[in-house]
Design a protein around this ligand. Structure first.
Ligand code: ITT
Length: 194
């Protein structure tokens, strides 16, 4: 029988990426499919605490196995900004383009464009929490390119590539993807514990 996990996210792009690699053994149920319509707050200063907040909120509502994921884009020149504030960098509207514009303005003229995506997954299995991290190193391009993906994808170029995440198919992005690296650890963990 398939193991069922609620994915505690309101970001459909994340769901699409995760479903692409999860395989047949696990069934991912979105918040909408679980009949849950809430905007979970992310009030903390770390990705780890925010991931915990999201998974615990859904676990308390449903009592079911679930996981959440919190990602931050960390730039060296801006001391880790936007980091934990990545989704709301340019304000509560969570506008992807405005977030990119703010980042590009702050990095204008900056030679050190080194950056990384860091994802933290919080899994709650039988009431107990486990965390998994995935990191993708790269740099912020000097111009925005590509139309695929979401968020900061048009300005992020992973190490080992010469194009932005937004210029890649989902298969290509998943070869570098921070979220996928964390998911691989989660899948490995679930395979061993079932
Ligand atoms: P949930 O909390 O509902 O899961 P969210 O969009 O608020 O969805 P996060 O709190 O993890 O997700 O915010 C991280 C932000 O970082 C997200 O809104 C994007 O702008 C950006 N981001 C995350 N993963 C990304 C990726 O793979 N490519 C580009 N940008 C990404």
């Amino acid at each position: 029988m398939k193991s069922k996990l609620i994915f505690a996210t309101n970001n459909q792009h994340k769901v699409d990426e995760v479903r692409h690699v999860i395989g047949d053994r696990f069934e991912i149920v979105t918040l909408r499919e679980a009949g849950i319509d809430i905007d979970i707050t992310e009030p903390h200063d770390t990705l780890e605490e925010n991931a915990t907040e999201k998974s615990h909120t859904i676990f308390h509502l449903t009592g079911q196995d679930c996981f959440s994921e919190d990602t931050g884009l960390e730039t060296d020149a801006l001391n880790g900004e936007p980091g934990v504030k990545s989704a709301r960098y340019a304000g509560e509207g969570r506008d992807f383009q405005r977030n990119i514009d703010k980042l590009m303005l702050k990095l204008q003229g900056q030679h050190n464009r080194k950056a990384r995506f860091r994802a933290v997954i919080s899994l709650i299995l039988s009431g107990k929490e486990y965390q998994f991290e995935g990191i993708c190193e790269g740099r912020i391009a000097t111009e925005q390119k590509g139309l695929q993906g979401f968020g900061y994808d048009p300005v992020f170029v992973p190490d080992g590539a010469d194009k932005s995440f937004a210029e890649m198919s989902m298969e290509e992005k998943n070869q570098y993807n921070h979220r996928q690296k964390a998911m691989t650890k989660l899948i490995h963990f679930l395979s061993q514990s079932s």
